[in-house]
Design a protein around this ligand. Sequence first.
Ligand SMILES: C[S@@+](CC[C@H](N)C(=O)[O-])C[C@H]1O[C@@H](n2cnc3c(N)ncnc32)[C@H](O)[C@@H]1O
Length: 247
Amino acid sequence: MTHQDDVRAAFTRQIETLTSSPLDAESLGRLLRLVEPEAHWRGLDVGTGPGGVALALADRIAEVHGVDVTPASIAAAREQVAQEGRTNVTFEIADIERLPFEDASFDLVTCRRVGHHLEHLGAALTEMRRVLKRGGRLVLDDRLAPHETTGRLIDRLEHTRDPSHVHCLTMEEWEASLTAAGFVVDVVDRYESRVTWKRFTAAATPEKAEALRELCNTLSDKERASMLEDRAGETWVKQWAAVLSAR
Ligand SMILES: C[S@@+](CC[C@H](N)C(=O)[O-])C[C@H]1O[C@@H](n2cnc3c(N)ncnc32)[C@H](O)[C@@H]1O
């Protein structure tokens, strides 16, 4: 099984939870604030999933394209476009590392919650830079590791829950990766959230959910406190995220 097979399997299973997450609206609002859209723009949403970001952009800019490697996500996004009768947004199956678009053909690229699933983040960012016009804007939102130690724990938990998880970056790693791909970061917005254990494991297979529970039982008190919180009779998982705007 290749990494992309893991990605397709994970996101075919997760379509429902992706679109119903309460975090979805908050992260969308934060991302749109950094986009500062102009009506004449042509935009591209990479790793678009069922198309939430692309459809929100379609209300604000002239033309939007969404790409994703998971066929079920693209089918869901196209169905939504048909239902809404939109004519300025299209979706296609494509790998972020090989975008089927010409150089300098977009004013805006958005990428929400995708980076930590990428095997070759550098190659993906280089592709995003290639398709952006000079001065064009990349706005990305992704899970964030507050520092390296918690980052290693996040990776262990996330990879156990979902094999499509590769690596949760720290802010320093994000800035270095973006700079290496030719971007200059101009705005950074960080935020924190908590999800219930039930929600955290909702899209995992029963085997993965059990493996995750077993892993959590082996954590030291310090490790547990850095990631988990027991409150109101429930276990909550701490999550950190960043939205970055770069040119
Ligand atoms: C957590 S989902 C986020 C979906 C969407 N951006 C959103 O915010 O609702 C991550 C998405 O990235 C896609 N993805 C992962 N690796 C990819 C790649 N190499 N090329 C294109 N899409 C990819 C997955 O199929 C999945 O739909």
